[in-house]
Design a protein around this ligand. Structure first.
Ligand SMILES: Cc1cc2nc3c(=O)[nH]c(=O)nc-3n(C[C@H](O)[C@H](O)[C@H](O)COP(=O)(O)O)c2cc1C
Length: 151
């Protein structure tokens, strides 16, 4: 199963830590959407979109990348780090609509946040993603590919 993760991690590199942890354990190509705007993804069986969350949204360049490059009928998954550790993946909906993508999993964890006034109090979710978050992310990915292989 050939897999890539398209990511943007511009605040503290929190999301990058998560995708790096996965890429350390598995053969996964990482694509930085802030550097790469166009790529043929047809050879990938599984495509992840990973981002810090900014104003309740995936990074604009991850959204653009998906809109421009996601082929029809792919298995996709989402990874997000945020202050609130919530599922913000609906912010990707417009970018993947009409692509017949199957969402096979979502992973969220806290990410250190010093945006705006939070900086004054030393930030929130300090230390995250931590070792436990990274272990959970690796397990999340292991499960996805297990399911993918079984089909
Ligand atoms: C401009 C900005 C806006 C943010 N908006 C949100 C938000 O709406 N909800 C939230 O839970 N976290 C928000 N955060 C916190 C980030 O999602 C969090 O720190 C994330 O882990 C950053 O990931 P990164 O280091 O990979 O960029 C915001 C951070 C910044 C800098």
């Amino acid at each position: 199963m050939k897999c890539c993760i398209v990511y943007a991690s511009t605040h503290h590199g929190n999301t990058k830590k998560v995708v790096d942890a996965i890429a350390k354990e598995f053969e996964v190509e990482l694509i930085d959407a802030t550097q790469v705007q166009k790529k043929d993804l047809s050879e990938y069986d599984l495509i992840g979109f990973a981002s810090g969350i900014y104003a309740a949204q995936f990074h604009q360049q991850v959204k653009n990348f998906a809109h421009e490059n996601l082929p029809q009928g792919k298995k996709i998954f989402y990874i997000m780090t945020s202050a609130m550790n919530k599922d913000f993946s609906k912010s990707m909906a417009d970018s993947v609509k009409d692509k017949n993508a199957e969402v096979v999993g979502k992973f969220t964890c806290h990410g250190y946040n010093t945006f705006g006034p939070f900086k004054l109090v030393g930030g929130t979710s300090k230390g995250h993603p931590d070792e436990n978050d990274l272990t959970d992310a690796v397990e999340f990915f292991r499960n996805i590919i297990r399911v993918g292989r079984a089909e």
